[in-house]
Ligand binder design. Structure first.
Ligand SMILES: *Cc1c(COP(=O)(O)O)cnc(C)c1O
Length: 471
């Protein structure tokens, strides 16, 4: 542990205590001075305390704080991103940018974006520029209209709820690799899923593992089979560009074409792409683009985006129709699929604050792929280790199989599968599935070259320590 990390937190918290003095005090006006004597003393003491902390920070000395906030809340200080290389498969793209963290300090209060809500609609707030952000967000994913939602899953739900009719046995095409939230969104709307089999892929695409890919053809086959069995066409095709399991890239362009041919709306699930790589929904032929703020857009959870075309806006973002039976109250301005407003504070602010950096980082996707492939190439030097995902990699989320390498050590090690976690922890690497030495996933997204090289060397060193052959 580098004590300085703890001291930085301690200083940040001390500043918050100073800030609180102002929050509690009567504000200063033209005729009053604001802080009273006691409060001025609190400020003065607070600054002295801060100076002590800064001195300790500078000297790398002092005792480390352990908690975020009061001990009673039981929140350990979270230093995973400061003190470790985090290879957790789902956390990489949601790591906050410094700008998001700063904005969060200023906009952490509950309904903080609602200071100047003139129309009762989140997406029409002009200060902070939420309206402009919505327009840019739509453009960013190549669609006409966008709304922010509490997670990609809520985006799926808004669409299934709009497009499916309860009790009709409406069909939705999903991949056999679909995320569980897609199935739940169909369930809640009363639909039935028809899974597209991803098969085992063509051998040429995978050197050391099966490449399971959803293609336009396999989607068309599934539509045909569903049509034959039920006599009707599915109401929606919902497929992820990159699946959560293998991190494989699926043929969304081909699927977009098939969707057009059948006249079935296509929801492009970009949970692992929006905010990480360039996404152009129009070019893909998507009717809906869904992204995840906390998975891919450097934002606080739960956050995400649902974007669509002008045509579908009328349906999915329709205004409320209900009226109170006694009061006759109506809410035409509110969009029922979103339950009116969605992200009214820190979640949205973090998305907005990260957005300039996110727009820029998607342009560097090729570099992310180079790092991902570099890692895999080096990792494969550990004999009998395998990349289960398609290879070469088209994404930074990768499934590996170490049944014939690290798991051989686990079989006789007194710590069993945890030996690998122990070794990684010693090297300040975290986020692997603890205790797992057979099939597991990691994500190199956003790691610098320095970190990627350190990471690969770490695995090789661990292999060598346990006499696993390294080519
Ligand atoms: C993570 C993930 C989701 C869920 O995203 P949330 O924003 O957490 O709702 C959906 N689909 C895929 C493919 C995912 O990887």
């Amino acid at each position: 542990m580098d004590i300085r990390v703890r001291k930085i937190y301690e200083a940040l918290f001390a500043l918050e205590d100073l800030r609180e003095v102002f929050r509690q005090a009567v504000p200063a006006t033209a005729t009053t001075i604001g802080l009273d004597e006691q409060e001025e003393e609190q400020i003065s003491k607070g600054i002295t305390r801060l100076e002590t902390i800064l001195k300790e920070l500078k000297d790398g000395k002092g005792s480390p704080i352990k908690h975020a906030g009061t001990k009673a809340a039981g929140l350990d200080l979270r230093t995973r991103e400061e003190e470790f290389i985090n290879i957790n498969p789902i956390q990489a793209g949601g790591r906050l940018t410094p700008d998001a963290r700063k904005a969060l300090i200023a906009y952490g209060d509950g309904y903080s974006v609602c200071d100047q809500c003139l129309e009762g609609r989140l997406d029409k707030i002009r200060n902070p520029p939420v309206d402009e952000f919505h327009a840019e967000l739509a453009e960013f994913v190549g669609m006409d209209v966008a709304r922010v939602v509490p997670g990609a899953r809520r985006g799926f739900q808004a669409v299934t709820s709009s497009l499916l009719e309860k009790g009709k046995g409406d069909l939705v095409i999903v991949a056999d690799l679909a995320h569980y939230t897609e199935l739940l969104a169909v369930e809640l709307a009363g639909g039935i899923v028809k899974e597209v089999p991803s098969g085992s892929g063509s051998a040429s695409r995978s050197r050391s593992g099966s490449a399971r890919i959803i293609t336009g053809d396999s989607v068309a086959d599934t539509i045909e089979r569903a049509k034959e069995a039920s006599g009707k066409l599915p109401k929606l095709i919902m497929i992820e560009h990159i699946d959560y399991s293998f991190g494989n890239e699926h043929d969304v362009y081909g699927i977009g074409k098939v969707a057009k041919e059948y006249g079935i709306p296509f929801l492009y699930n970009g949970a692992y792409t929006v905010g990480m790589m360039p996404v152009d929904g129009r070019k893909i032929g998507a009717d809906f683009v869904v992204g995840s703020g906390h998975k891919g857009m450097a934002a606080v959870a739960p956050s995400g985006v649902l974007a669509t075309t002008e045509e579908w806006t009328r349906e999915v973002f329709r205004g409320s129709q209900i009226a109170g039976d006694i009061t006759g109250r109506i809410f035409k301005n509110k969009e029922p699929e979103l339950l009116g407003c969605t992200l009214m504070g820190g979640t949205l602010i973090s998305m907005m604050a990260s957005f300039p950096a996110v727009k820029e980082r998607v342009q560097r996707w090729d570099e992310e792929l180079r790092k991902s492939n570099y890692f895999c190439r080096e990792f494969l030097r550990i004999e009998d280790s395998k990349i289960v995902s398609e290879y070469p990699r088209q994404h930074t989320l990768t499934k590996v199989d170490t049944s014939d390498s690290f798991d051989r050590i686990a079989k006789t090690h007194k710590r069993r599968g945890y030996f690998l976690s122990d070794e990684l922890k010693k090297k300040k690497i975290t986020g692997e599935f603890a205790g797992s030495t057979r099939i597991w996933k990691l994500n190199t997204y956003g790691l610098s070259w320095n970190k990627v090289k350190y990471l690969t060397e770490a695995f090789i060193e661990i292999a060598e320590k346990y006499d696993l052959p390294v080519r």
